[in-house]
Design a binder for this molecule. Structure first.
Ligand code: FO1
Length: 325
């Protein structure tokens, strides 16, 4: 059994690579910190990106949503006077409508709903949300950071405003300087039994090259996940989402800096130090390998970690299976 800790866009490639090798023995634990309530709908971008990716429905160019989707619903919402900064496609909308109904009317958990969709979409792997609790990644920026400085919880006197991660990343195009990141609701949230069992029973656990702070961070911030992973540290392998000082995708550099970590393979090693026994870094960072290995007591492996198509996805997944068994 391979367990993959995943976010969305930056993680789905590796999950797809493993699925090509043996989809039945893969479990993906998906981030829920990106989830957002919008127009009465519960939207779970990372869970959906993983499900769409594993079922071949994902719009791979964008890295989210369903390929070939149309946006008539959104156009009409705009016409009705709504601010349509979050692009929900017409087909994608079906997932959110049904999910919300199943959760709100029928009282099903996010885990149960995700299982339902996975079956309907013909996914043979298991996709598990990290928790059935509500956790929300919140980004704080300076109150005077241009016109963007208008979050949904105002300036509390410290000159900062806080907003949902999607508001920062999509509405404000990730432009403002980030001062801090927190996971709202994390103290009350628990990993599901299924997640803890998967971690306990896994042969190897892979942390995908997603954003450490926003894609993997909310899952690791669940106390029971951290404890479970720390017990399996020797079997936990992280793939760096950073090459040199740049992220493979998304705003990892901004978030890591805001949390006091350097945007480098060293910063990644430091971020994961308590739960990860091995770190896979790109060839371009090979000179850092022995230093990181000593400093963080890590088994560091060097390979080409860039995935630009399905051959690369399978190549990296095969490498991980070979190296760590
Ligand atoms: N990302 C964008 O940059 N712009 C969008 O309008 C957008 C809409 C969207 C709708 C559904 C969904 O599942 C994901 C969507 N994303 C969009 C991606 C999302 O904002 C983030 O990239 C992920 O949450 C990060 O993993």
């Amino acid at each position: 059994l391979v367990v993959i800790l995943a976010g969305g866009t930056g993680s789905v490639k590796l999950a797809r690579g493993f699925a090509q090798l043996d989809k039945k023995s893969m479990t993906v634990i998906a981030n829920v910190g990106d989830n957002i309530w919008l127009w009465g709908l519960y939207i779970c971008p990372d869970v959906d990106t993983i499900m769409y990716g594993l079922s071949g429905m994902l719009d791979e160019r964008r890295g989210w949503g369903i390929k070939g989707d149309t946006f008539s619903f959104l156009d009409q919402m705009k016409r009705c006077g709504n601010d349509t900064w979050f692009n929900i496609g017409d087909r994608d909308l079906a997932t959110h409508v049904l999910r919300t109904e199943m959760m709100v009317q029928s009282g099903l958990s996010l885990t149960q709903v995700t299982d339902h969709f996975s079956q309907k979409f013909g996914i043979d792997s298991k996709v598990l949300p990290a928790t059935d609790g509500e956790v929300e990644t919140r980004i704080s920026i300076a109150a005077d950071d241009g016109e963007c400085g208008r979050g949904d919880s105002g300036d509390g006197g410290d000159g900062a405003v806080e907003m949902h991660l999607q508001e920062f990343w999509v509405k404000n195009a990730g432009r403002p300087q980030v001062q801090g990141v927190r996971y709202k609701g994390i103290e009350k949230a628990h990993a599901t039994r299924q997640v803890l069992d998967a971690i306990k029973n896994a042969d190897r656990i892979i942390i995908s090259p997603g954003n450490p702070v926003s894609s993997i961070g909310p899952t690791l911030a669940l106390r029971d996940v951290r404890v479970a992973l720390a017990k399996r540290r020797d079997d936990v392998v992280a793939v760096s989402p950073i090459i040199g000082t740049a992220a493979l995708s998304g705003p990892a550099v901004k978030y890591m800096n805001a949390m006091g970590f350097e945007a480098s393979v060293e910063g990644v090693a430091e971020f994961y130090r308590n739960v990860v026994g091995s770190l896979v870094i790109d060839r371009q960072d090979r000179n850092a390998a022995s230093k990181i290995s000593k400093r963080f007591d890590l088994n560091v492996q060097v390979t080409n970690i860039i995935m630009q198509g399905s051959r690369d996805e399978v190549r990296l997944a095969s490498y991980l299976m070979r190296k760590f068994h």
